[in-house]
Design a binder for this molecule. Structure first.
Ligand SMILES: Cc1cc2nc3c(=O)[nH]c(=O)nc-3n(C[C@H](O)[C@H](O)[C@H](O)COP(=O)(O)OP(=O)(O)OC[C@H]3O[C@@H](n4cnc5c(N)ncnc54)[C@H](O)[C@@H]3O)c2cc1C
Ligand code: FES
Ligand code: FES
Length: 1272
């Protein structure tokens, strides 16, 4: 196309940019990162779901004569939408080099940044909030983060750090009442050296709103000038921004197929992920007529380009001003907006966009439909109301306000409360005859029950002229069960649940209306109603963290101090460099993977002709380009593909956009093969197992069952989990041009494995390949082995084209190709006594490994008894070979699944005996009773539809790699003549704070301050043959190796210390240097006496165990299956903590990942192995609102561990399983709900305990109604 377009004028961080070739297909994020080199803004998902790309946009509103600031997702914001806007990125508000902004300082000092990849986005969400509201409430802060995700911290430290900006300035109002709460006595500790202070709030810089960068005056002037139509012409797309409704209608007539784009939150997704292409885009965001908001006789008229944030503000003002009975619809819209995406989306997404998307799960359409709102639709020369067709645009939307005698509610049910799309959403509107409870008219609409929003017309007709009473309720429910039917194979699944929800939500509406009617007509309240009609609230969280302080007199000892993560400040300013932030080489190329769309097939042919015709494409890389061995990597050409997402080849091009476009144009023809094995059940049926099948046996199992009073059988399935590190896999491969040398910058936990596999693929020896890892934006096991499938391909491509090649996978690609945590299925037979004591156990565990063994021989068998002492036990583990991408390591590595199944049989035994679970636990416990919590708990709610549950769960986690050879580590310590120390060890930094702890270890050993010690990176040319940073063992192993190296150096320096005892470190180093002493030392460590023999069932698999216990209390809504995490108390044994802040960070972060595993995260596949859940839109990890309302974390005191460095213990993986306490608290609450329907005894609850599973397990008259109508 390449027409001459207008100049795009905007500002970034106060600097004017005039872009002469604005590309309509380019997002602001790509422009910032690639054109301006502002890499502080991160890419986490490209679909508006993680907030890592959050920036602030400011613009002058000429009609309101004010400047508005709002957070946006740069990944969805089209560059062309920013004309006359000012963009502020994380680099623009502060830096280490100049001055930090308080928002950056506080998140870092409060330990709210671990891997740091989410941090700039969170900083910018908070910054945008403070620009609009310098003294927000805690609720405002929580709302500002609805669109941000963090996978590491567990959110608590971020909220606590930012609480200091709120009106109450850091006080939780006594909700954390107990140890450490400022409203209780701080000195009530039995041990004086127990403290809760992880940082000193008094050190925080004050917020001074007058110091913020000002809105560019030039933009103010430009914005006041009369606007004219703008055109930006790109490579393939023309972007036109009209400035009047008339112009827009004219353009739409000229380009009938042109796409209108306002917020781009729908169209952006279509173009990126659905491969849709729109050559002409019309952008009506700034058309004054479409931004109109005016009161009319019936209600409020809203222009189609009005954003959801503005709509919310307008409705909130109306609710304040108008009488309550007139604002029911407004309140219902506000309720839907509360849970509509995150703020970044609501700030740009328009009302018209939501209506016109006509999504079946639109949150607003059911409300508009039930409220009979009016829509004005226009084309050139015509204005009419419905139906919407062809070349028309939506101009206005009339929101109807209520009259007396009318009641309205809206409900949305989604897997996660915050920022999630609905499963079922609805609007319900009833109008009564004057001063009566007789229905005059009623409209009930549902989203999520058909391809479009639907009205339950038949049901509504049946309710006309009926009294609002129990009979009406019964009639309505029966009718809805018939009318809202779904075929068993309906898209979206969850058929029983969705159908039950239509009735349950109506029941809520019924109670709601009954409550209001009773107030309006009878002037009295039915108490029972209140519990149900209360809307879900995001409570302000409170927390306490306790640890044993370094004893007085040891304040110089950095080990044991809650030192901030050494990169935290850089992470908060965007200055920390991740793999994809490395500046581009001049001749660099980008790579995109070509992957299989079939789960099991033979590749017949690959046609790359269309792909090679895409501009900028340099090469298609396939197996024939591999100079070395193809046995290591999946770049294959003529082989069987064994999963959807199997890497078949790769395209290399000048830009990522071109590479990705070309990769999609590669045509592969397949011959499909059978069988396609997806689930564990498929694998069992096909006997598709990897070898070896392992088993562990102890005692006399047959005798144990004979001696038992009772025997029960049970089963449990635990779903898989995506690691969802915020930084996806990334590799930059740079051929060095001589002797086959290749330098790799990789986001990996396994530098040595990367080096070895690349060397093998290139056919060179390992000494020609250097792998360098600065830091990762999270790993969690997902970058232990699976990162190599990308790094090997990129290295082969770089070798082939002889130029640097880079690839950072998009989120959907990463989720597709890399696999995750293994799903597990267990069945068990348990022999137990009347008092609940378990005498014998037989467990069979199956894990879904996917298409390769990878790291699938997990530790589940070793953890299948959790913390219990079962005298007679037999466990067998099968590793299922399926047609899914290979699953791999993930925090806990099978341990959590093994323990989860243990707690399932424990729960079954307790329910069978009718005893409290704690009593049965105690009867079989193997742990010291000293690990116990001291929480105070609420009584179970007795209300019919809201139940509370409580659970206490222990954990015992073995520390060591189960592959013995990996239990080794090396370190290299270089002391320079100025006394500074460069430390290198085998571990990688992925946010867990390993480098910080290692600097602390070196500092204590050498007796010098941390500030003299620096770690640059992990690299294979400094420490060879490193083990992956995994198994929680890295601080144990590398810490000992560093200690060993430092001891060598100390011995060499000792003579100079002896000679000059009053001297300092620098003096001794200098003296040694001049005396020609070697000031560099290697250190090495291997864990002694390890090894387990499965043949003889003997040996020592672990160096030691880490213990912990958690108690959680939840509340479930029995009608919807939602739950609230009310309280969690954790006691964790980390030995003598190396760094309590980092350790508590690991405990809380691990717990929250476990919470996701056991209550929220669900990977969904089609029967032919296609992964549906490929991004934050579909796959929900815990968000800010999911943390327990009260969270107490204590590190066990007086528990030194002689088997690891400075008496510490490993911490990374063990706490994750403690989130099982939330799962079993939910099960406890369900038990109470089932008792209301006279259901007692064991029942199966699979993990995760999603709203669907909870609701289906709470059997009642509504579930029966659906099942009687449908074969459940
Ligand atoms: C992370 C994320 C979370 C989301 N969460 C939710 C949610 O919770 N609930 C929900 O309902 N939706 C959700 N959405 C969907 C989306 O945000 C909404 O539908 C939004 O209102 C679309 O508005 P937009 O301005 O961004 O639309 P755009 O993407 O700009 O346009 C959407 C469609 O509307 C058409 N259109 C826009 N304006 C007009 C007009 N004036 N006349 C005719 N056609 C027009 C466009 O041509 C296009 O087809 C989410 C999206 C994302 C990315
Ligand atoms: S990268 Fe933009 S929201 Fe995730
Ligand atoms: S610190 Fe938030 S994702 Fe890592």
């Amino acid at each position: 196309m390449l027409l001459k377009g207008d100049d795009l004028v905007f500002f970034v961080n106060g600097k004017k940019i005039t872009e002469k070739n604005a590309e309509p297909e380019k997002t602001l994020l790509t422009y910032l990162r690639r054109n301006l080199g502002l890499t502080g803004t991160k890419l986490g998902c490209a679909e508006g779901g993680c907030g890592a790309c959050t920036v602030m946009v400011s613009k002058y509103h000429p009609h309101q004569n004010r400047i508005i600031h709002y957070a946006v997702n740069a990944c969805l914001a089209p560059l062309c939408s920013l004309h006359h806007c000012a963009v502020t990125t994380v680099e623009g508000i502060g830096s280490m080099a100049s001055k930090l902004h308080p928002v950056q300082e506080r998140i870092a000092k409060a330990h709210g940044s671990q891997c740091g990849f989410c941090t700039p986005g969170i900083v910018m969400s908070m910054y945008a909030l403070l620009r609009n509201n310098p003294q927000p409430s805690m609720h405002d802060v929580q709302e500002a983060f609805q669109g941000n995700l963090c996978r590491c911290t567990g959110y608590r430290p971020i909220l606590e750090g930012y609480r200091s900006f709120t009106k109450d300035g850091g006080c939780c109002g006594g909700k954390a009442q107990s140890n450490g709460c400022c409203m209780t006595n701080e000195h009530t500790q039995e041990h004086v050296n127990v403290t809760q202070k992880l940082y000193d709030q008094s050190e925080f810089m004050p917020l001074d709103p007058t110091q913020e960068i000002i809105f560019p005056p030039e933009l103010m002037v430009l914005s006041k000038q009369p606007q004219r139509e703008l055109r930006f012409a790109g490579e393939r797309v023309l972007w036109i921004q009209p400035c009047s409704l008339e112009e827009l209608l004219e353009l739409k007539a000229t380009y009938p197929n042109a796409k209108l784009v306002v917020g781009n939150t729908e169209v952006g997704i279509e173009m990126k992920f659905k491969n849709l292409f729109y050559p002409v885009i019309l952008a009506p965001a700034y058309i004054p007529e479409l931004n109109i908001i005016q009161n009319t006789q019936d209600g409020i008229q809203v222009g189609a380009s009005v954003t959801l944030t503005v709509l919310g503000d307008v409705l909130r003002a109306a609710v304040k001003k108008l009488p309550a009975h007139q604002t029911e619809v407004f309140k219902a819209v506000l309720e839907q907006l509360r849970w509509f995406a995150g703020q970044q989306i609501r700030n740009v997404a328009a009302v018209g966009g939501n209506i016109m998307t006509a999504s079946p799960i639109s949150d607003l359409n059911p409300v508009f439909m039930a409220a009979s709102c009016k829509l004005t639709v226009m084309s050139k020369g015509t204005t009419f109301i419905f139906p919407v067709q062809g070349s028309k645009v939506v101009a206005f939307h009339d929101l109807i306000q209520n009259t007396e005698g009318q009641y309205f509610s809206a409900f949305k049910q989604s897997p996660r409360k915050e920022d999630d799309i609905a499963i079922v959403t609805c609007g319900m509107n009833v109008f009564f005859k004057e001063q009566s409870n007789i229905v005059q008219s009623i409209r009930i609409s549902y989203g999520g029950m058909a391809p479009v929003t639907v009205l339950a017309t038949a049901t509504c007709n049946r309710l006309l002229n009926r009294q609002w009473n129990e009979e009406l309720l019964e009639e309505a429910c029966t009718s809805l069960a018939e009318e809202m039917s779904l075929s068993p194979s309906a898209p979206g699944g969850m058929v029983t649940y969705r159908r039950t929800l239509t009735i349950s939500l109506f029941y809520k509406f019924f109670l709601n209306v009954q409550h209001k009617l009773s107030l309006d007509l009878l002037k009295e309240v039915f108490n029972i109603v209140f519990f149900v009609v209360v809307l879900f609230q995001l409570d302000s969280p409170s927390s306490v963290q306790l640890y044993q302080a370094v004893p007085p007199g040891y304040s110089d000892d950095v080990v044991g101090q809650p030192i901030m993560h050494l990169s935290a400040l850089k992470q908060a300013t965007g200055e920390a460099i991740y793999c994809d932030d490395i500046p581009c080489y001049e001749n660099e190329l980008h790579l995109a993977l070509v992957t299989s769309t079939k789960a099991h097939a033979l590749i017949k042919s690959i046609d790359t002709s269309d792909a090679m015709a895409v501009p900028g494409v340099v090469a298609f890389i396939s197996a024939k380009d591999i100079p070395g061995s193809n046995m290591t990597g999946p770049v294959v050409y003529d082989e069987t593909v064994t999963c959807v997402g199997h890497i078949v080849g790769a395209i290399v091009a000048d830009t990522q956009a071109h590479a990705q476009r070309a990769a999609k144009a590669v045509k592969i023809s397949y011959e499909e093969l059978q069988p396609v094995i997806v689930t564990i059940q498929d694998a069992i049926a096909n006997k598709s197992f990897f070898q070896p099948v392992r088993s562990i046996e102890r005692g006399d199992v047959a005798q144990g069952f004979k001696d038992s009073d009772h025997i029960l059988h049970g089963e449990m399935h635990i779903g898989g989990q995506e690691q969802f590190y915020l930084e996806t896999n990334c590799t930059l491969a740079v051929p060095r041009g001589e002797d086959g040398e290749m330098e790799l910058f990789v986001s990996t936990q396994s530098a040595s494995k990367t080096q070895a596999l690349v060397a093998k693929a290139l056919g060179v020896s390992a000494n020609r390949v250097v792998c360098r890892v600065k830091r990762m934006g999270g790993g969690f096991g997902g970058k232990e082995s699976r990162s190599t499938i990308l790094s090997t391909v990129v290295a082969v491509a770089a070798h082939t084209v002889k130029r640097p090649v880079r690839c950072m996978l998009d989120r959907d690609e990463d989720m597709l190709v890399t696999g995750g945590r293994h799903p597990f299925f267990g069945h068990y037979k348990v022999g137990y006594m009347n008092n609940g004591r378990v005498m014998a156990l037989e467990v069979t565990l199956y894990s879904n490994a996917g298409n390769s063994l990878d790291l699938s021989l997990s530790r589940a068998l070793f953890h299948m008894d959790n913390s219990y002492n079962i005298p007679n036990i037999r466990a067998t583990g099968y590793v299922c070979k399926t047609n899914l991408p290979s699953n791999s390591a993930f925090r806990g590595f099978g341990g959590p699944q093994g323990m989860m199944i243990a707690e399932s049989w424990m729960s079954d035994v307790a329910l069978s005996c009718g005893l409290p679970a704690e009593e049965v636990h105690t009867a079989t416990f193997s742990l010291s009773q000293s690990i116990s919590t001291s929480g105070q708990f609420h009584h179970r709610s007795q209300h019919r539809w809201t139940k509370r549950g409580l659970s206490i769960i222990p954990t015992k986690f073995g520390i060591s790699f189960t592959a013995v050879f990996l239990n080794q580590a090396g370190a290299l310590v270089l002391v320079y003549s100025d006394g500074s120390v460069l430390l290198t060890h085998g571990g990688t930094e992925m946010g867990q704070g390993l480098h910080t702890k290692m600097v602390q270890v070196a500092s204590k050993t050498l007796g010098i301050p941390c500030s003299k010690i620096h770690i640059t990176e992990t690299s294979t040319n400094t420490v060879p043959n490193t083990s992956p940073t995994a198994a929680s063992a890295s601080s144990d192993l590398n810490g000992m190796a560093i200690y060993n190296a430092c001891q060598t150096l100390l011995q060499r320096l000792q003579p100079y210390k002896d000679k000059n005892p009053k001297g300092c470190w620098e003096d001794w180093v200098k003296a040694a240097y001049f005396d020609r002493v070697h000031l560099s030392a290697n250190g090495f460590y291997k864990t002694p006496d390890l090894g387990y023999d499965f043949e003889t069932n003997s040996g020592r698999p672990f160096n030691y165990f880490s213990y912990g216990v958690a108690v959680s209390e939840v509340e479930i809504d029995c009608l919807t299956g939602s739950h609230k995490n009310l309280h969690t108390s954790i006691v964790m044994d980390v030995g003598k903590s190396l760094n309590p802040a980092l350790d508590i960070g690991q405990v809380e972060g691990g717990f929250m990942q476990g919470l996701g595993l056991f209550t929220l995260e669900e990977l969904r596949y089609s029967p032919d192995g296609y992964l549906y859940t490929r991004g934050p839109g579909m796959y929900k990890i815990p968000a800010f609102g999911d943390i327990p309302i009260e969270l107490k974390v204590s590190l066990l005191r007086d528990a030194p561990n002689e088997k690891a460095i400075f008496s510490s213990k490993a911490v990374g993986e063990p706490p994750l399983f403690l989130a099982a306490s939330v799962f079993y608290a939910i099960k406890d609450a369900i038990t109470a709900a089932r008792a209301e329907s006279n259901l007692t005894g064991p029942f199966r609850l699979d993990s995760p305990a999603t709203p669907e599973r909870i609701r289906n397990a709470c059997e009642d008259k509504f579930t029966k109604l659906v099942c009687s109508n449908f074969h459940c």
